[in-house]
Design a protein around this ligand. Structure first.
Ligand code: EPZ
Length: 421
């Protein structure tokens, strides 16, 4: 088992280059399966979720080359079988996008239920609602979902989501792209990775409009051709580094970002006392490490992202005074990391959807355990800011979503090592 060993208390200084967005990559790579031709996809992050997806796709017959770091060339013209390897599918969450692409391209699919971070119950009823609206007969087994065309075949339709769901919005877009007729997704998610997926599909010949608003319109096309596409930078990875500098103190230029995607995160950290300067494709953050308390309510994009809840909580744990953190997307997300932070000296009271965080002068090192991707990232931030040594276990969660984490943090002056135990 590998762990991170961190000697905390050192401010972070220098510059860090942000990788391609995980949540865009895990939607765009399966989307290439809709294309009869070669796709060249650039700025792909080298993280375990991407490696697993590429293994699944090549196991289905996709011809995949990685001519240089961050570039994936994929040709899915001759996909030879449509059953994704269940053992690999269960290793991550976004493998469920294969349901939408297989239904859209082959008009049937049989995919194991996904795995991934289990910080909350993560139902897929809205995905199923969308597939049924497109005419699919859906069989929900206890560990798989199988779909075939219903009596009227598969065609575009209107789908009104009961919940703003990134996954359901993506899966319905993937299923509808090649189906005859027009699909309208109402109450759609507006995250940057939804827009990125729509831009990728349109580059390959799809006809999608409205991505980034709450109404996405897809006019089915007969086929998609190959092309080249560059994935957007990861706003959550960038937010994680910005929160780390806010907590440890320091002066860092975060490069290869789209500042607009970060507005909610950077304005909150400015409120807490960090100095933020936005440039065209980078953000500079300067902090003395002693922040002001604040209030945060997580919301679907463009609100404060739930995927930054744990990271901002660490900043609150080191702030002057009482902060309030309310979660509106996944109510049980606090339990992935708050107990661990308390073992480092944090004082957090959870009452339903709201955590009250009583800021402390300092945190101290401890041995802590990651329980999901962002909880693990938050524990790394806490270790970087704490006095003494922190050991973070279960770091496979962290390595699902953060490319070259040790290299990037070490370059900023962090004293962190990956130790095989
Ligand atoms: C995506 O998960 C992200 N994962 C998550 O990021 C992120 O936390 C989440 O969106 C919210 O932004 C990927 O993109 C791979 P949702 P997803 O469907 O699609 C409820 C990370 O750290 N819901 O938008 O699973 C659900 O329970 C990961 O990178 C239903 O009720 O999230 C939740 O309360 C963690 N029925 C809310 O909607 C459904 O069918 C939002 O979930 C689907 C969702």
């Amino acid at each position: 088992m590998a762990i991170y060993e961190i000697n905390g208390g050192t401010p972070l200084n220098g510059s860090v280059v942000i990788s391609g967005a995980k949540n865009a990559a895990v939607a765009i790579l399966p989307a290439a399966l809709l294309v009869k031709g070669r796709c060249r996809i650039e700025n792909v992050p080298d993280i375990s979720d991407v490696r697993i997806l590429l293994s699944i796709l090549s196991g289905m017959g996709a011809v995949i080359r990685t001519p240089e770091p961050g570039v994936v060339e994929m040709d899915c013209t001759d996909i030879r079988q449509t059953l994704p390897d269940p053992a690999l599918v269960k290793k991550m969450r976004a493998s469920y996008y294969l349901m939408g692409v297989l239904l859209g391209r082959f008009h049937h699919s049989h995919v194991a239920l996904p795995g991934g971070c289990s910080f909350a119950s993560r139902p897929i009823d809205q995905h199923i609602k969308g597939f049924k609206a497109l005419g699919a007969l859906v069989e929900e087994g206890n560990d798989y979902v199988a779909m075939n065309p219903g009596p009227h075949g598969l065609q575009g339709n209107r789908v009104s989501l009961d919940v703003v769901s990134v996954g359901a919005t993506v899966n319905i877009m993937l299923a509808a792209t090649l189906l005859p007729g027009r699909t309208v997704i109402e109450n759609a998610a507006k995250e940057p990775h939804i827009v990125d997926l729509a831009n990728f599909l349109n580059t390959m010949g799809a006809d999608i409009s409205g991505a980034g608003t709450d109404t996405v319109k897809i006019r089915g096309v007969a086929s998609l051709q190959g092309g080249t596409y560059t994935i957007i930078p990861d706003q959550i990875e960038a937010g994680t580094y910005i929160a780390a500098v806010a907590a440890t103190g320091g002066d860092v230029l975060v490069k290869n970002v789209i500042p607009k995607h970060m507005d909610c995160i950077t304005s909150k950290l400015e409120e807490m006392g960090a100095q933020i300067t936005n440039y065209d494709d980078s953000i500079r953050i300067v902090s003395n490490g002693r922040l002001n308390a604040t209030t945060v309510k997580t919301r679907p994009y463009p609100g404060f992202p739930t995927d930054m809840q744990a990271q901002i909580c660490v900043c609150m744990a080191l702030a002057k005074g009482e902060s309030r953190l309310t979660e509106s997307v996944y109510e049980t997300r606090f339990f992935g990391y708050c107990t661990e932070l308390e073992s480092m000296g944090a004082y957090i009271q959870i009452d339903g959807k709201t955590a009250t965080v009583y800021g402390m002068e300092k945190l101290h090192g401890a041995t802590v355990r990651a329980r999901d991707l962002r909880a693990g990232a938050a524990l790394v931030i806490a270790g970087l800011a704490a006095s003494g040594t922190t050991r973070v276990e279960n770091i496979h969660y962290v390595e699902r979503g953060y490319e070259r984490l040790i290299e990037k943090l070490t370059a900023l002056g962090a004293k962190i090592h990956r130790v095989e135990e």
